[in-house]
Design a protein around this ligand. Structure first.
Ligand SMILES: *Cc1c(COP(=O)(O)O)cnc(C)c1O
Length: 351
């Protein structure tokens, strides 16, 4: 750290992304990317858009907003597209939290919430998951602080139904509730429609997981027009052209090719069931994941030992050195061959 670095940020512990090694070819089951390439229509649209890179992208993202709105059955004035969903989450901390309007989220969840809170100088409370790693919404009733919940949760994959989400939102009408639906397409039902009924709900989504566009960086928020206006105030004060032209074109084309996304998601769900069954046979205990990953602990082998042994064999999974979950592995559900390679490697390790 240089002596010029802002005192404001000196104590920040940045988010630690999963490894993206370039030195060796791994089977990558550690960052929940899609094993499938982007829609060929998205690739073509991005190529076409590249010819106009001398011009700024559309700061209003009009066509993209329209497409996202149609996909979720809401008005286009209820959508804001961002540079990955990490950006909309940061915008939510900037727009709806401060020293007195604090934040809260589960003790075990997406690591970026705490980082964004620290970045923005927002005090936060971590609310413990239950013993079985589920979120109990009654812990959040009338909290008085801005609530961030990933649904399905990460890294557990455990999902709350829309009626639970509605109860959570209804019990906190004086605070904003942010529901992060990064993994909703793998077996959940989006709460986006509830934004028409509740003016304190923001639903966020991403193109990184189910839509095979992690490298393009595209996310979005859905909320009532008034909250979108607040978020736009933050966007236009930080980066008006936050979604680049190639990504915008690829995102539109991906939404036009919804059948491609749907069939990829169906394969992932089928592979998740397969992997769950096979890992259980091998002595693993798994959470009931509705995401594109499983969360598993072995009765005899520790999480870190298994992570290292798999890495040795060319397979990357995610291990968190964190109380309560350090015996677990988070394993991305890949293509069938990747699942089979993982199982073969585990068989060799645990004999
Ligand atoms: C992957 C992920 C995101 C962010 O994804 P982006 O690539 O920034 O769109 C947000 N929330 C959760 C829970 C995630 O797992």
């Amino acid at each position: 750290m240089s002596r010029y670095f802002s005192k404001k940020y000196a104590s920040l512990t940045p988010y630690e992304p999963g490894e993206q090694p370039r030195e060796r070819r791994y089977i990558k089951l550690n960052t929940n990317e899609s094993p499938f390439p982007p829609s060929p229509k998205a690739v073509k649209a991005a190529e076409e858009a590249a010819k106009s890179l001398h011009l700024y992208s559309d700061p209003t993202a009009k066509k993209l907003h329209k497409m996202i709105a149609a996909a979720y059955g809401v008005g286009e004035e209820c959508v804001l597209a961002t540079n990955g969903s990490d950006e909309i989450l940061n915008f939510c901390f900037m727009a709806f939290c401060d020293k007195t309007q604090t934040a809260c989220f589960p003790d075990i969840t997406y690591g970026f919430y705490a980082v964004f809170a620290e970045l923005n100088g927002v005090p936060y409370e971590k609310i413990p998951l239950k013993e079985d790693l589920t979120v109990d919404i009654s812990d959040y009733a009338g909290k008085g602080s801005t609530i961030f919940i990933a649904n399905p949760n990460a890294p557990t994959g455990i999902y709350l139904s829309p009626d639970k989400i509605e109860a959570l939102v209804a019990s906190n009408r004086d605070s904003v509730v942010v529901i992060d639906e990064a993994y909703i397409d793998f077996g959940g039902v989006s709460a986006a429609k509830l934004t028409e009924k509740y003016n304190n709900l923001i639903v966020t989504g991403t193109f990184s997981k189910s839509r095979s566009m992690a490298g393009a960086r595209l996310g979005f928020g859905i909320a009532c027009p008034e909250l979108i206006e607040d978020l736009n105030r933050v966007k236009y004060s930080t980066n008006p052209y936050n979604v680049n032209a190639m990504t915008m074109a690829a995102g539109i084309a991906t939404l036009e090719d919804a059948a491609y996304t749907a069939s990829n998601c169906a394969v992932i769900v089928e592979n998740r069931h397969f992997l769950t069954k096979e890992l259980s046979k091998r002595g693993f205990t798994l959470t009931d994941s509705k995401a594109n990953f499983v969360f598993a602990s072995h009765q005899a082998f520790g999480g870190e030992a298994l992570y290292l042994a798999l890495k040795e064999k060319g397979i990357l999974v995610r291990h968190f050195k964190k109380a309560r979950i350090d015996n677990y592995l988070r394993i991305t559900v890949g293509a069938k061959e990747e699942c089979l390679a993982l199982l073969a490697a585990l068989d060799a390790i645990i004999k």
